[in-house]
Write a protein that binds this ligand. Structure first.
Ligand code: FES
Length: 168
């Protein structure tokens, strides 16, 4: 009896250690899996699916509110612009009559591709990574590229009557 007791105790402690190690391993795996998940799948900050790229007007824009984005096209390529003004962050609406984006806060203006036209913005509108997967536009709102610096516009689409106050 006296020689058997230490063995049982050793076995018991060994089992406890194995269980503890198993629990730590499970907790670690769960934490790793949780950390690697997108912060907000399907919402802003994650990848957001839109419709058929053929539905995006070639000389206009389509608004995707869930992505805070405007979709437009550069040739056949889909461009996803963040509607946040690079100046101080106001939402920049599309002005249909002018065919450009016009910021109501301080008057920055951008052409249909989000390229800088006028105002205090330091650059063109920022853009999201976008791809077409199985015929569906997918906007990655977690992947943002700064808009291009002011410079010559790459499209020849002169503005019409402006929407913001003081417009021509
Ligand atoms: S926030 Fe758009 S011009 Fe200032």
């Amino acid at each position: 009896m006296s020689t058997k007791q230490p063995m049982e105790r050793r076995k018991f402690l060994s089992k406890i250690w194995k269980w503890a190690f198993g629990l730590v391993a499970v907790a670690g795996a769960w934490t790793s899996w949780d950390v690697l998940q997108p912060a907000n799948p399907g919402g802003f900050g994650g990848k957001i699916k839109d419709g058929d790229p053929a539905d995006i007007p070639s000389k206009g824009i389509e608004t995707v509110s869930a992505a805070q984005a405007y979709l437009t096209k550069e040739g056949d390529e889909v461009v996803a612009l963040w509607w946040r003004c690079p100046h101080l962050g106001c939402r920049v609406p599309w002005c249909e009559t002018a065919g450009e984006f016009e910021c109501p806060c301080h008057g920055s203006r951008f052409n249909r591709l989000g390229e800088y036209r006028a105002g205090p913005s330091p650059r063109g509108m920022d853009r999201f990574a976008v791809e077409v997967v199985d015929g569906t536009v997918v906007i990655d709102t977690g992947s943002i590229t700064e808009g291009p610096p002011p410079g010559p516009e790459s499209i020849d689409e002169p503005p019409g009557p402006m929407c913001i106050e003081g417009g021509e």
